[in-house]
Design a protein around this ligand. Structure first.
Ligand code: BG6
Length: 502
C-alpha cells in the first residue's frame, strides 16, 4: 500500500449524477472515518459554472438528504465541504486545463502537496480519450509526485476501442496507476465469495465438477433504464452488465486460489478463467444466448416507449446465456448467466447446485425436489443460504430439504458501500480490486464475437418479455436443456427470510 501524506482528488464530471449520488457521499464517509491522507482536498471540475462556495452549496443540498449517510456522518458535512474546491473547465478543451493547473497550484502550499494527484473520470465515456491527453498537454502530469487515474465503466465499446483507450492510458500512466472501476468488485459480498471458497475447508474440496452440477449467476433489476436512454441504447445488457460485472462474478466463482492476495496473483487468476471459457463459435452463439427486450405491461411502459429510444430499437435489455469453462475443475459444468432490466425484483446472486447423492434409499416427498444448493446473495438482503437434505419429519423415511441461512444484517454486519471501498483502495494505492488491462481486452475479445455475430445476423431473435416478468420463455428452455430451472427468488425476500423461491 502506498497511502500518500498529501493528495488532491480531481473529479471530472463533478456536477454529474455519479458524483452527487455515489462519490461525494462515499468521500464524506471516508472523511468521517478519518481514513483519507493527512492533507487531503477534492477539486471538482466540469463545464457547469460554480466557484468554491456555490459548488459547496450545490453539494450541501444533496448530501444533507443522501440516503446513504447516517445522522453522525451528516454531522460532519460542513467540515467536509471545507476541503472541497471547484474549477470550471471544458474537459474537451485542452487550453482550459491551464485553469485547473492554476487551481492545483493555488492550493499546493496550504495542503503541502507538491503534485500528488488522483484523477477520477466520472464523465461520459466520450471524454475518456481526451482527458489524459489534455492533462499531459497542460503539463499537469509532468510535475513530480504520484499520478493515478480512476476510470468508470464502460471501458471501451468493443475490443478495438478498449485497446485504443489502453494504449492512450499507458502512454501517460503506469498500469499499476490505472484504476478501471467495476463497482461490483467493491461489494463486500462479492469479495466474500473468495473467503467462502478459500478461507474455509468446507466448500473448496467439493468446488468442482465432481460435486457441482451447474451454476447460476443472476443480476436482475426491477427498474427500466430510467433517464439513461442515450447511453443504454448504444450499449444494451451485454455491454452494460455481462461483459464486466457478470464476468467478474464468474471469475470469482470459478477461479483457482491465488497464491497470495495481491494485485498480481489475484488478477492473474481472473484472466485464467477468461482464457478458459469455451470459444464463442457462431453455432454456440446461436444456440446458447437469448436476447430479450421488455415490452409494455399493465404497470410499466415498454423499452421502445422510453425517452430517447426509437420505436424500432433492437437493443437487448435482457441476456441469458450458458457457457462452459474448459479446465480440470469445471469441464462439463454449465454456468448459466442472466441479467435483465424491468424484472419482478432486484437481486444479484450466485446459486451453486450440487449433484444429487447417488443413493436411492430415501423416497422423495414430492416429485420435483430440487437438490442441495448454496446461494451467495450479493444484494439485497446480503447473505448466504445453504440448502441441505433433511429427513422430512413424520413417519416413514422421506427426503426433504432445509435451509440454513446467514444474513449480514441480522448479524449486524454492515456490508458498506462499494464506492467507499474502491475510492479508499485507489487513495491507498491498491489496484487489486480493479480491472487490469489484459482482463479488459480478454473479456472484449470474447464479447466482440457475440456483437459481430449479431451485426452479421441482424435477424437474430430479440424476444419480447412484458415488463415486470422473468424474461422470455426461451431462457427457460435454455436452462431446461440440462433438466434445470432458473432460481427465481420471491419479490418479498427479507433479512429474516433470505430463501424464498417462486
Ligand atoms: C451499472 C449499470 O454498471 O450497474 C446499470 O450501468 C446497473 O445499468 C448497475 O443498473 C447495477 O448496479 P447495482 O450495484 O445497483 O447492482
Amino acid at each position: 500500500m502506498n497511502m500518500p501524506k498529501s493528495l488532491f482528488l480531481v473529479i471530472f464530471g463533478a456536477s454529474g449524477d455519479l458524483t452527487r449520488r455515489k462519490l461525494m457521499p462515499s468521500l464524506v464517509k471516508i472523511f468521517f472515518q478519518k481514513r483519507s491522507p493527512e492533507n487531503f482536498a477534492i477539486i471538482g471540475t466540469a463545464r457547469s459554472v460554480y466557484d468554491d462556495e456555490s459548488y459547496r452549496g450545490y453539494l450541501r443540498q444533496y448530501l444533507q438528504t443522501s440516503p446513504s449517510l447516517s445522522e453522525e456522518e451528516r454531522g460532519c458535512i460542513e467540515d467536509f465541504l471545507k476541503i472541497v474546491y471547484y474549477q470550471t473547465i471544458d474537459p474537451a478543451e485542452c487550453s482550459s486545463y491551464l485553469m485547473l493547473d492554476a487551481k492545483i497550484e493555488s492550493l499546493s502550499t496550504e495542503y503541502d502537496n507538491s503534485g500528488n494527484l488522483l484523477f477520477y473520470l466520472a464523465t461520459p465515456p466520450s471524454l475518456y480519450e481526451i482527458i489524459p491527453e489534455c492533462l499531459s498537454k497542460s503539463g499537469i502530469l509532468k510535475k513530480k509526485g504520484l499520478k493515478r487515474i480512476i476510470v468508470e465503466k464502460p471501458f471501451g465499446y468493443d475490443l478495438k476501442s478498449a485497446k485504443k483507450l489502453n494504449s492512450i492510458y499507458s502512454k501517460y500512466f503506469k498500469e499499476e496507476d490505472i484504476y478501471r472501476i467495476d463497482h461490483f468488485l467493491g461489494k463486500e459480498t462479492v469479495q466474500n465469495i473468495m473467503v467462502t471458497r478459500f478461507g474455509s475447508t468446507i466448500y473448496e474440496p467439493i468446488w468442482n465438477r465432481n460435486y457441482i452440477d451447474y451454476v447460476e449467476i443472476t443480476a436482475v433489476e426491477n427498474m427500466g433504464i430510467e433517464n439513461r436512454g442515450g447511453y443504454y441504447d448504444h450499449a444494451g445488457a451485454l455491454r452494460d452488465m455481462v461483459q464486466n460485472h457478470l464476468m467478474q462474478l464468474l471469475a470469482l466463482t470459478a477461479m483457482e486460489p491465488p497464491a497470495r492476495f495481491d494485485k498480481d496473483s489475484f488478477r492473474n487468476e481472473v484472466i485464467k478463467v477468461y482464457q478458459s471459457i469455451s470459444d464463442f463459435s457462431e453455432s454456440y452463439i446461436k444456440d446458447n444466448i437469448i436476447r430479450g427486450q421488455y415490452t409494455e405491461s399493465e404497470t410499466s411502459k415498454g423499452y421502445r416507449q422510453e425517452k430517447g429510444i426509437g420505436a424500432d430499437s433492437r437493443t437487448d435489455t435482457y441476456i441469458a446465456m450458458c457457457l462452459y469453462i474448459d479446465n480440470w475443475r469445471w469441464e462439463g459444468v454449465p454456468f448459466f448467466i442472466r441479467t435483465g432490466k424491468n424484472m419482478p425484483t432486484k437481486v444479484t446472486e450466485i446459486v451453486v447446485h450440487f449433484k444429487p447423492a447417488p443413493l436411492k434409499m430415501f423416497k422423495l416427498r414430492d416429485e420435483h425436489r430440487s437438490g442441495e444448493k448454496l446461494i451467495l446473495r450479493i444484494q439485497p438482503n446480503e447473505g448466504i443460504v445453504q440448502r441441505v437434505a433433511m429427513k422430512s419429519p413424520g413417519s416413514g423415511f422421506f427426503l426433504g430439504n432445509m435451509e440454513m441461512e446467514f444474513s449480514y444484517e441480522k448479524s449486524r454486519y454492515n456490508t458498506g458501500d462499494a464506492y467507499v471501498r474502491l475510492i479508499e483502495d485507489s487513495i491507498a494505492g491498491d489496484p487489486t480490486l480493479f480491472t487490469r488491462q489484459d482482463a479488459v481486452e480478454q473479456s472484449w475479445e470474447m464479447f466482440d464475437k457475440i456483437l459481430e455475430y449479431w451485426d452479421k445476423h441482424p435477424d437474430t431473435h430479440l424476444y419480447g418479455y412484458p415488463a415486470g416478468t422473468w424474461g422470455p420463455k426461451e431462457a427457460d428452455e435454455l436452462i431446461a436443456k440440462v433438466g434445470a430451472e432458473w432460481t427465481n427468488p420471491c419479490k418479498n425476500l427479507t433479512n429474516s427470510n433470505l430463501y424464498c423461491e417462486l
